[in-house]
Design a protein around this ligand. Structure first.
Ligand SMILES: Nc1ncnc2c1ncn2[C@@H]1O[C@H](COP(=O)(O)OP(=O)(O)OP(=O)(O)O)[C@@H](O)[C@H]1O
Ligand SMILES: [Mg+2]
Length: 452
């Protein structure tokens, strides 16, 4: 991994502040509990005699004044206070800088609170995480000392990120959130499970391991969330999911979320969900804020082409996708030789190294990240305004999720695809399946379309 010869300038734009503000992942339990103790201490020592008082205590981040598209602004006009949530949860929501619910939050929060099963489809970056975390936290009773909700996600980094969101939203409540994934010490997880845990966030393999050992007791777990549900229900992880589900009570509530639901999910839905409420906010598939271009190149011209992109584009932070672990490492080396800073991440790296790269990139320590599909789903880094498919993906789901790493929460972003002769069929199919137009890259790209 190559380090910071090109740290982001403080003046880059306000996105930079965004990256810096995001809480570090994987911080120690001690740090988290002491920050919560402080938060709870402040809460109890403050006089919240009327609604004005508690709202005036909230430490909201600077408002996000960047342009946002209809993907997040076309709401019904609900307020978070309309959902009769606990005041402490509302405080967590407002302190995260959420002013109003996004469209998917408006649709799913009230339904999830009623206990209904949900299958929800909404575009990338439109706030699905909070759409399930808010009702899960609201329905969790901190006085009951057992796991009440299980949130499954397909990758370790996404598990850390999701647990962090849960912890931030429940900052003023006594809710204990634990994250468990492969690549970390099983013994530590077993020890942790002797302490109270109310919400467990994890990857399916590790959760199943702990459940099989009898240390992770899920008999009282009445809520099961599967984020990136179509990925979790793909043939590789479906058997683990079914086994994990066998540990939960029959009456559990199941919430499935993703931006993509291929038909293969239907048989699972029919078998395991009870009268699910279907939410589909994808009248079109791609994000309104992302402009997509392609450059037709020969394989041997790709690095040169990338070099030209680096020199011409105004990259705040970029994610560059390759189709194999080997190519990730080779490309990262090439980029460094060209004199640009870059990190890389893929699933064959040791977890401690993966954690460091994820944490440092998120904090703006480096401008470019080369990665495999381990970073394709769910990863939320607000400062990323450019995604480059150095290798073109093979299917439309992967394409959509990769491109959705920029343009978070309705912001603007740019996707550039390097296309070779061998990619032409996939390119045609993906354009057709997504009903979108990927245009040839112009000589000059107006900064206004991806830098606001
Ligand atoms: N109501 C809100 N107001 C402002 N920002 C929000 C709101 N809800 C979510 N966000 C922010 O939007 C960003 C994207 O949210 P999130 O990661 O939940 O999207 P997603 O729909 O899960 O995307 P993906 O499909 O890529 O996983 C996050 O940075 C989150 O903090
Ligand atoms: Mg998500």
């Amino acid at each position: 991994m190559h380090r910071v010869d090109d740290p982001l300038p403080m003046s880059a734009n306000r996105n930079y502040q965004y990256v810096r503000r995001q809480t570090s992942m994987g911080s120690s339990t001690n740090e988290q509990s002491s920050s919560r103790e402080n938060a709870l201490m402040n809460l109890t020592t403050t006089n919240f005699s009327n609604s004005y008082d508690w709202k005036s205590q909230i430490k909201r981040p600077l408002p996000d004044t960047r342009y946002k598209t209809e993907d997040v602004t076309a709401t019904k006009g609900n307020e978070f206070e309309d959902y009769f949530l606990k005041r402490e949860l509302l405080m967590g929501i407002f302190e995260k800088g959420f002013e109003k619910p996004s469209p998917i939050q408006e649709e799913s929060i009230p339904i999830a609170l009623t206990g209904s099963d949900i299958l929800a489809r909404a575009k990338n970056g439109t706030g699905k995480t909070a759409a399930f975390c808010i009702p899960v936290i609201e329905k969790t009773d901190p006085d009951k000392n057992y796991i009440q909700a299980l949130i499954l996600v397909p990758t370790r980094e996404l598990a850390f990120q999701t647990s962090q969101v849960c912890k931030e939203l429940s900052k003023y409540l006594n809710v204990e959130v634990m994250v468990t994934t492969g690549g970390t010490s099983l013994k530590d997880d077993i020890m942790r499970l002797y302490q109270p845990v109310h919400i467990l966030v994890g990857t399916p393999g590790r959760v199943l391991d702990l459940a099989n050992k009898g240390v992770c007791k899920l008999t009282g777990c009445s809520m099961l969330v599967m984020d990136e549900a179509d990925k979790l229900l793909s043939p590789e992880s479906l058997p683990s999911i079914i086994q994990v589900m066998s540990y939960l009570p029959e009456s559990r509530q199941v919430l499935l979320f993703s931006a993509t639901f291929p038909v293969t999910v239907k048989s699972f839905k029919d078998k395991y969900l009870q009268k699910p409420y279907i939410i589909n906010l994808m009248d079109e598939l791609t994000l309104k804020g992302i402009t997509q271009y392609y450059a037709f190149v020969e394989e041997r011209q790709k690095v040169h082409c990338l070099n030209t992109l680096f020199s011409k584009l105004q990259i705040n932070q970029s994610i560059i996708f390759c189709n194999s672990v080997n190519r990730v490492e080779l490309l990262a080396k090439k980029i460094t030789e060209l004199g640009y800073s870059c990190f890389y991440i893929h699933a064959k790296m040791v977890q401690s190294h993966r954690n460091k790269v994820f944490h440092d990139f998120r904090n703006g320590a480096c401008r470019n990240l080369v990665c495999s599909d381990v970073f394709t789903r769910g990863i939320d880094i607000q400062a990323v305004n450019v995604v480059i498919n150095f290798d073109f993906p093979k299917n439309s789901e992967t394409y959509l999720h990769r491109v959705g790493r920029s343009g978070r929460f309705g912001h603007l972003g740019l996707a550039v695809n390097l296309i070779t002769y061998e990619d032409r069929v996939n390119f045609y199919n993906i354009e057709r399946e997504l009903g979108t137009e990927i245009k040839p890259i112009p000589a000059d790209i107006d900064r206004a379309i991806y830098c606001q």
